[in-house]
Design a protein around this ligand. Sequence first.
Ligand code: ACM
Length: 679
Amino acid sequence: MSVRHGLKGFGIIAFLLCALLPCGAAQLNLMPWPSQITQQDGSLALNAPPRIELTGGDERIHHALQRFLRDLAAQTGAPFDRHFPGAQDGPALVIHCASKGRRVQSLDEDESYHLSVSQAGVELTAANPLGIMHGLETLLQLVEPGPNGWVIPYVSIDDSPRFAWRGLMIDVSRHFMPLDAIERNIDGMAAVKLNVLHLHLSDDEGFRVESKRAPRLTEMASDGQFYTQDQIRELIAYARDRGVRVVPEFDVPGHAVSWLVAYPELASGPAPKGLVRSEHDQLRPPLDPTNEATYKLLDRVFGEMEGLFPDQYFHIGGDEVDGKYWDKDAHIQAWMREHNIKDNHALQTYFTKRVQQIVHKHGKDMEGWDEILDGDLPKDSLIQSWRGADSLANAARMGYKTVLSAGYYLDLMYPASQHYAVDPTSGPSASLTADEKTNIIGGEAAQWSEYVTPENVDNRLWPRTAAIAERLWSPASVTDVSSMYRRLAVVSRNLEWLGLQHISGSRRMLGRIAGDDMPLQLLETLAAAAEPVKGYDRETTQVYDGEAPLNHLVDAVPPESDQARYINELAQRAVHDPSVRPELRAIFLRWRDNDAKIEPYLATSMLRKPLVPLSQSLSELGGVGLDALDAVEAGRAVTAEERKAQLAKVDDCAAHHAEMFLVVTPAVRALVEAEPGAQ
Ligand code: ACM
């Protein structure tokens, strides 16, 4: 069934389905999938730079067009960027934008666009420059090679986002991320239509923005790693130019050691001696909510930062406040009794309300993590749900606007499919009334950076963030996981043309580990079969240490191995389909023989030594896989004991080594379970 091939009898049905789903037009590599798309036969030849006719909008559209031509040139390797605004013989690109956008990009701006590609050329219209920017990203994704040159398939797209808040949070406190790392990731965000960059700018490990009103924060609490105010202005302009808002977070009253290094008198109890440098630094008191000087400082610094960051929202953190410091402080306890504050949650709510007044006084709305949720807060507070989707539903029910991050924590190293399955309006939110649901304004991927550096931040973010971007932009009905992975692979490759380094950076790091003595391919065989451990398991074997180099294989490999996913699927097919078994056999053989070849190189470098047991496990797994494949092919029955022993070996091979584990054990397990004989 396909609109493209014009099966007339199915035309109407295909049209209806394809308006909603990536089905008939599924060969297009669009991500996020548009809300409405119809595809016609044929395509427009892109034989020369497009001839651009632009009316309306603001200066951002000019910049977006220049980037479009530059990115088109990078993606195709053809000089489409030579002539601005285009060559006379090029196809028409007619753009009309009905208005200028707001001076400060806001949540309620219209991001929709209409894009049509036909014999007459390309037409792109939108109410607002944001829609034009999104439409140009879609157009870039449509360009594909044809037999006689680059082409754009004939389509008609009417697209608009499902949620207005489509964010990515990056923690720049645990590991500071220089401006260029943030800017290239903004390019990635814009490519997949994300529109909020949330920067986690202060934590126990450092305060990362220059403060002129409280310079001790910069001098004593940043280790010299911070953004100057000029850099922040540059960053905000860069983001605005790409349709991305920047929401700053200054985490209080917990995660606030950096504040206390500069202002020790504001600690709840004894003050820490210095910034937290590793998990071993256990003294992490919150700010003292009973001290008026706390609010004076927050007023001074938040006033300054609210002037620097123009966005309407200002994030005050509020997560993981460790109440034991309040319990142990006699002065705080006496103050609570005196003020009739019954417990630590009530004390935090008192603090949050005071902070909200400060944020509001400087003209902004307060956002905080879900610990701040309390019916006593003003209703313009925004709640970021992270401890579970219950808080999202509760906030929405209580009348607060809310965004979902639970399920979108990229640092947990889960596969794209797992994040893709998380929908802000399902789960506990499904039972909300339609009115309450409107309080759910979107979601945010979150990247905490205890184990992330500027070198591997791209590989931690991409391409998985694109799958979350689709969840937040596309209709809820767009859920086909294999379509998602097929398109994600293309998006991933194309992001590298934009300057993202998730693939190239990973290769570079592998090259460092292989050095100049060892064949890279041996390391690649091992790397492709392994993934970083999931959840917070890494903390159990390698506690966070801000000074520790993050240059091992676990830091180099992507959180999700595409090859491993392919091999696991291949094995499932091999159970029933003999034609794919030779390919699987070759893989198992390669694994089995890899350890003998790689072993001499492992001991000679500290980057490789920890890989010895992982490599041995891969060989063992390859051996079991070959035995199982032999039994399946020969129809040879195994005894229950033999199968049990094989499965035990497979389980052993899944053990964690060097903060990684082999993710290809399901492939071998599938074959073992398919062996004839007693189960
Ligand atoms: C959080 O992850 N502590 C918000």
